[in-house]
Ligand binder design. Structure first.
Ligand code: ATP
Ligand code: MG
Length: 571
């Protein structure tokens, strides 16, 4: 493309509401424009990168034996009622009515539709395994759309669904997708990790998330420094140390802690480390049960683990009034002694002796509190958030922590949807059995954004070759000059003929601003065409990655560029 004919609305100013690098750079480089909160137009440059990711995904899905189809975005309520998700799916599901007043939703995901397709088309185990995928727009009315394409409301997803006759075969379908994902994100040039993940409310038994490692990531993940274990902290397990339960040495003793409510304040006031305190969190389940959860003072509750244990969808902290009612004291002084609700505790609390706890009286705590003697716990469980430095649950190693951007997700669904929608086939013994399913998503736009989070500098984006919108940019220093136009134009034609994606900057602008644009939009290789070098029969070639310039004979440049692009694509 010639830039004089291309829409490239680059911005010099940093857009005000863009909080993270990729969002800023995608706006500034003219890749996207906002239409409404979480809803974007992909401008020509942005769409090219999006299409690149889609193409890599498509090739790897096809290689893994999946078949592409395309499902609609507007879906009838009936299908969602069949699975039960019409009621269960919260406000992220955007519901609408047509002129006949029938109910529909914009699809946030397609388990129901694909299961409907398969129950109507597949009859026998001989037609299995089957894996169907699409690359399509999704809509989720996210509570906090932000970060541009990273967390949009309308976004492009690749979603695949596998159907197998039994668990063994379903495991093998899952493994194929897992391997395909490894190849996809490697080909996109990303530094990523596959981590064990919680299965959330979509249902199912096992899942992995593919996380791009980046500071801007919304997820916290941990990985072992000596084995392969890696997990989302939502899921990460604790090592079950067989620590001995220590004997109490102190008596329970009431102390005044005036105005000291937080763990930090109490610890400081008593001149003890926070790890000597037991934190008492008072929560209520969505079923209305109030309970107390005990954790070591310096630990954080993992609400997902708690919800799993309680088999509920959500827990909320008790309000000030509810705390007062339950404990007889203002919040900040709750403790497990003589508390009238059920008390759960993190496993670690069992290994603590002579601790500090709230006294259920204003401005007071107990010292020397011991579980079993001074208060009872109805159940110990793994309830805390993993942190760096924790022991690996699989080996003697230590966990390290990272921020991650979830770009892909693979799930074993089991028979949840096939049971609900009656998707059954005849097995080899002529018996009707429900299909065993898996589902596999990739956020296409999020992958582009994640790639930018990992590849940029002060001047702009540094696209990895495989997902760069263009591979080469030819910058004409003075496009009015006949010789410059001629030499640049020839190189441009040669590259186009060789299938190289090349942008010709033939705009009549200052060289400085053209260089700035080329750097901002992150084209991997730039060729500069100017009189001075042409006198020596040379072009100047520069890679965006390292910024090193080299002079190259005009006659050799096309061949060198073609080789270089191919080499980087194959890396
Ligand atoms: P998240 O926890 O980030 O909300 P999710 O678990 O809801 O993600 P899935 O339902 O597994 O996501 O969707 C598959 C993929 O779609 C995700 O791995 C992610 O890459 C992408 N994705 C999900 N929500 C969004 C969004 N709001 N904007 C852009 N991409 C998204
Ligand atoms: Mg989500």
């Amino acid at each position: 493309m010639r830039l004089t004919e291309y829409l490239l609305p680059t911005l010099k100013e940093t857009p005000a509401d863009a909080e993270i690098v990729s969002h800023r750079l995608m706006l500034r480089s003219g890749m996207i424009r906002k239409v409404a909160a979480g809803i974007y137009t992909y401008l020509p440059l942005g769409l090219r990168s999006v299409r690149k990711v889609e193409q890599i995904v498509r090739e790897e899905m096809d290689r893994a034996g999946a078949m592409e189809l395309l499902m609609p975005m507007v879906l009838p309520a009936e299908l969602w009622q069949e699975s039960g998700r019409w009621e269960q799916y919260g406000k992220e599901l955007l519901r609408l009515r047509d002129r006949k007043n029938s109910e529909f939703c914009l699809s946030p995901t397609h388990e129901e539709v694909i299961t409907d397709v398969v129950r109507g088309t597949v009859r026998s185990y001989r037609q299995l395994p089957l894996n169907l995928y699409q690359i399509q727009g999704k809509f989720r009315d996210e509570i906090r759309p932000r970060f541009g394409l990273m967390r949009g409301r309308e976004f492009i997803m690749k979603d695949a669904y596998s159907f197998d006759i039994d668990d063994v075969s379903a495991d093998s379908s899952y493994d194929k997708m897992y391997q395909a994902y490894q190849r996809i994100f490697k080909r996109c040039g990303l530094d990523f990790r596959a981590v064990e993940a919680d299965t959330g409310n979509i249902g199912g038994s096992s899942s992995h998330e593919f996380m791009v490692l980046a500071e801007a990531g919304e997820d916290a993940i941990v990985s072992c420094d000596s084995c392969e274990y890696a997990a989302n902290v939502e899921k990460a397990q604790m090592r079950m140390d067989r620590q001995t339960v220590p004997e109490p040495t102190a008596e329970l003793q009431l102390v005044g802690t005036p105005q000291r409510k937080t763990i930090a304040e109490v610890a400081q006031f008593l001149e003890l480390p926070q790890s000597r305190l037991i934190k008492t969190l008072l929560v209520e389940t969505d079923g209305g049960e109030q309970l107390a959860v005990l954790l070591r003072g310096d630990r954080e509750l993992n609400e997902i683990k708690l919800c799993r244990l309680l088999d509920c969808l959500e827990v909320t902290m008790l309000s000030e009034e509810a705390v007062q009612q339950l404990t007889g004291a203002p919040s900040g002084f709750a403790g497990p002694v003589d508390l009238s609700c059920r008390i759960l505790a993190d496993n670690e609390v069992r290994t603590m002796a002579d601790s500090v706890i709230g006294a259920n009286q204003a401005d007071a705590h107990y010292l020397g509190a011991n579980v079993g003697r001074d208060f009872q716990v109805s159940e110990f469980a793994d309830l805390r958030q993993a942190v760096a430095g924790d022991g690996c649950p699989r080996c003697d190693g230590t966990l390290q922590s990272w921020r991650g951007i979830e770009v892909g997700h693979v799930f074993k669904l089991g028979t949840k949807y096939s049971q609900a929608l009656g998707a059954k086939v005849l097995n080899a013994n002529g018996k009707d059995v429900p299909l065993v399913m898996g589902c596999y998503g990739i956020g296409i736009g999020r992958t582009v954004a994640a790639a930018i989070e990992q590849n940029y500098d002060d001047s702009g984006i540094i696209f990895p070759m495989p997902i760069a919108p263009f591979q080469v940019i030819i910058t004409l220093l003075n496009p009015k000059d006949e010789q410059v136009r001629e030499a640049g134009g020839q190189l441009y034609d040669q590259l186009l003929r060789a299938g190289i994606e090349v942008l010709l900057d033939d705009r009549d602008e200052r060289p400085g601003s053209k260089f700035k644009d080329a750097e901002l939009i992150g084209i991997p290789i730039r060729v500069t065409v100017g009189n001075r070098a042409l006198k020596e029969d040379a072009f100047e070639v520069q890679k965006r990655k390292d910024g090193e310039r080299q002079m190259m004979a005009v006659a050799d440049t096309a061949a060198w560029l073609i080789d270089e692009v191919k080499r980087e694509l194959a890396e």
